[in-house]
Design a protein around this ligand. Structure first.
Ligand code: PEP
Length: 256
């Protein structure tokens, strides 16, 4: 039986300014969220201070959606890890496919950001996954291996990896549970090579890509799927908390 706790993380992307973010967090805090599941929300930068104040002392963690690899300086438009830490942010998403595809993020820049984030005490949710063209060319595992290789040297205790097939993000198409399990299993083997068996066995690998209440239980029930990175379904309290409850049901089944 796995000792890994489920983690459900919401990536709000460029949604929810201060007023909406505050309202959503207040509603989430009113939910009786199951204690067996770790929960993190990742609002846009501008909404972090207000949500940080609300979440202090709660069991919902706060994450950012990106961070720069330098701690200060002439990097217009970027945000540094100490700035996030000062706000009480504990998590950060790095290497999301939207950053890779639209903002020039590469394996190397994502790795540098991840290293800095960890040095400043943040826990990294490192995203990787293949495009549709790569899957159709049967390059999925090669791509995962390449993208994961830059994790060498990071602290596995402050790392979560999110397998997010690009073709499943925001498309309504979810990887089948078998496709997710195959990728996660492979990733865990790669992580064992980068770290060691114990670290890889303890490291959480999230699935991301059109996870919804209707398909969450099936995907989360796979042995190497330790939670989800949720985009669209994290923007409202009902679907997000339904996914959290689905994970809690599975956690209760595993512990009985
Ligand atoms: C994501 O962007 O990380 C994601 C998984 O989005 P969605 O759930 O909307 O596919």
């Amino acid at each position: 039986m796995s000792t890994r706790r489920f983690l459900i993380a919401g990536n709000w992307k460029m949604n929810h300014g201060v007023a909406d973010a505050t309202a959503l967090v207040e509603r989430l805090l009113q939910q009786d969220l199951p204690s067996a599941v770790d929960v993190v929300v990742c609002p846009p930068f501008v909404s972090l201070p207000a949500t940080a104040m609300l979440l202090t002392g709660s069991r919902i963690g706060l994450g950012a959606q990106n961070v720069h690899s330098e701690t200060q300086g002439a990097f217009t438009g970027e945000v540094a890890a100490p700035m996030l830490a000062e706000l009480g942010v504990e998590w950060v998403i790095i290497g999301h496919s939207e950053r890779r595809a639209m903002f020039g993020e590469s394996d190397a820049t994502a790795a540098a950001r991840a290293r800095r984030a960890q040095e400043e005490g943040l826990t990294v949710i490192f995203c990787l996954g293949e495009t549709l063209a790569e899957r159709e060319a049967e390059q999925t595992l090669d791509v995962i291996r390449r993208q994961a290789s830059v994790l060498a040297g990071l602290d596995p205790a402050r790392l979560v990896v999110a397998y997010e097939p690009v073709w499943a993000i925001g498309t309504g198409i979810t990887a089948t549970p078998e496709q997710a399990q195959e990728a996660h299993r492979f990733l865990r083997t790669e992580l064992a090579g980068l770290f060691d068996d114990n670290a890889a066995g303890a490291l959480r690998i999230l699935y991301g890509g059109s996870l919804k209440p209707a398909n969450a239980a099936e995907t989360l029930s796979q042995p190497d799927v330790d939670g989800g990175l949720i985009g669209g379904a994290s923007l409202d309290v009902e679907p997000f908390s339904a996914i959290i409850r689905a994970a809690a049901v599975l956690a209760a089944g595993e512990s009985s």
